[in-house]
Design a protein around this ligand. Structure first.
Ligand SMILES: Cc1ncc(COP(=O)(O)O)c(C=O)c1O
Length: 503
């Protein structure tokens, strides 16, 4: 590893930035992956000016040698920085600090210098440091634009109905809903959810087993903290959902990246890579972000593994409402006979993300523990919103809205697939599109998705690179393209820009 250095200049005689003097210090024993440490440190050096705009970075080979790490580690960090616009150029043909870093990025970094804890990460606890460098808090900049994934068509929300239900509650001066209440949530909402998931997802539960949470993210956080001890291992889909990975890390758990194949999480690989894992995080209805639907055989194999190894399954059913081809496969929770599945659902995709309401369905033996822990975090979720939502479901508005959105999203998906076929003529491959609100467009082997994603962003299109969802760099590139929130015109003009970015 390179020693820390106080040298001010960061250029050697050849004009290549002397990264060593940027004070890079990678710790192989740290919980954060090496490529992520390198990414964080290079980003910090760019933001505070130690690496100047236009500075040429050493090749991945040279920096890897300097740091005594695998070349893939350096490529992973460079790819991420390229994807986020901090670097420009292509890995392999010269990589530079972006000349015109948007003021927004630089100014966002400035106030940090004057905060008391800046430049002194040791002022944070170890847990705090892990939390502070999680990637999910910085994703959503500006209003959504094609093809940012994970956003529903919020302009299609039935505002009138919601408004009527909200007014109805406030008009009657709901003093019964205003004091503190049970952490598990508003009883009629839990009953409405129990009924709803039994019908659409074959989930088997009593209303008591449901804890209302502030979105799936809180369910992932609760489950990680309640079920595993620091240092224990959990299987994490790779590529996979950063929010789940962040929740595991925050709980001190070691996420072990387990590959996903065309049938879902590769359980044989999981057993080889982490035989002692205590939990598996999965998105079986629609793997995030590849879109693979876990086969029934694989579901049964996963349940067998959990039962035999006395481990937990964390089932994240984030967008299962949107299936276009065949009937949904039964949820893992519905197939579970040994009470080992924790099921997370969210209203972020069926209604709107800022509602911050979701639910976790736990086996009977965990009900009390989850409720009490929810109380430690935030007592309970807002009751009036829960009451409105309960009526919204009970009166059939949610089912109607989902039906309408399913048709709209299918139409938008067809538009996107058609535009990709016309404009990109075979340059991308879409394997699964039977469900959800996004597709994964695989690039030709060897084509860098980070570079395409960066060029696309410069042209005004968001097309997150598959690389940014991977725990380890490498593997075939792809672009994650959300379509649910974008009009036909936005989709068609977005694909034209994507085509330009691919040239
Ligand atoms: C895989 C996955 N799980 C869960 C969520 C939803 O999280 P929340 O309910 O916290 O909004 C998302 C949102 O993008 C997601 O992609």
């Amino acid at each position: 590893m390179i020693e820390k250095s106080n040298r001010a200049t960061l250029r050697d005689a050849s004009g290549v930035a002397s990264i060593g003097s940027a004070g890079l210090l990678l710790e192989s024993s740290a919980r954060m992956p090496l490529y992520r440490q390198l990414y964080e440190q290079l980003r910090a050096a760019i933001l505070d000016g130690r690496l100047e705009p236009g500075a040429k970075l050493p090749s991945t080979r040279i920096l890897a040698e300097e740091l005594a790490v695998a070349r893939n580690t350096v490529m992973g960090a460079y790819d991420q920085l390229l994807a986020e616009g901090y670097l420009e150029g292509a890995v392999g043909s010269g990589t530079y600090v972006t000349k015109d870093l948007p003021d927004k990025i630089l100014q966002a970094a400035l106030p940090k210098r004057s905060t008391p804890s800046s430049g002194n990460p040791s002022r944070l606890s170890k847990r705090g440091q892990v939390l502070a460098c999680n990637p999910i808090g910085v994703r959503h900049e500006g209003p959504p634009r094609a093809f940012r994934p994970g956003i529903p068509a919020v302009n299609e929300f039935p505002f009138g109905v919601w408004n009527r239900l909200m007014m109805k509650h406030w008009r009657r001066q709901p003093v019964d809903l205003l004091p503190y209440t049970t952490p598990g949530g508003y009883r009629p909402l839990r009953e409405a959810i129990a009924h709803y998931v039994a019908g659409v997802r074959a989930v088997k539960c009593d209303a008591e087993q449901i804890v209302i949470v502030s979105g799936a993210q809180q369910a992932l956080d609760l489950a990680s903290r309640m079920l595993l001890d620091p240092g224990e291992e959990a299987w994490m889909e790779d590529p996979g959902y950063g929010g789940a990975r962040a929740a595991l890390l925050a709980a001190g758990v070691k996420p072990v990246a387990v590959p996903v194949d065309e049938a879902g999480l590769d359980i044989v690989a999981g057993q080889r890579l982490s035989p002692k894992a205590r939990l598996a995080y999965v998105t079986p209805s629609h793997q995030y972000p590849t879109g693979v639907v876990m086969t029934l055989a694989r579901r049964l194999e996963l349940l067998r593994w959990a039962e035999n190894s006395r481990s937990w399954i964390l089932e994240d059913d984030y967008d299962s409402e949107y299936r276009y081809a065949s009937r949904p496969v039964a949820s893992l929770q519905g197939l579970d006979t040994s009470n080992c599945v924790i099921y997370c659902g969210t209203f972020s995709k069926v209604l709107f993300p800022s509602l911050r309401l979701g639910y976790v369905i736990v086996p009977p033996q965990l009900v009390d523990a989850f409720g009490r822990t929810k109380a430690v975090i935030d007592r309970h979720s807002p009751t009036v919103e829960q009451a409105v939502l309960a009526e919204f479901i009970a009166e059939g508005h949610m089912a109607r809205h989902v039906r309408r959105m399913r048709m709209l999203y299918l139409e938008r998906q067809n538009t996107l697939l058609d535009a990709l076929r016309r404009e990109l003529r075979g340059a991308v491959e879409v394997r699964s599109h039977e469900a959800g609100m996004h597709i994964l467009a695989w690039l030709a082997k060897g084509k860098s998705d980070s570079v395409v994603a960066r060029r696309a962003r410069e042209l005004g299109v968001e097309a997150p690179a598959l690389t940014t969802y991977r725990a380890k760099p490498g593997g075939r590139g792809g672009l994650v393209l959300g379509y649910a929130a974008y009009s036909e015109q936005e989709i068609r003009s977005g694909v034209k820009k994507l085509a330009a970015a691919m040239e």
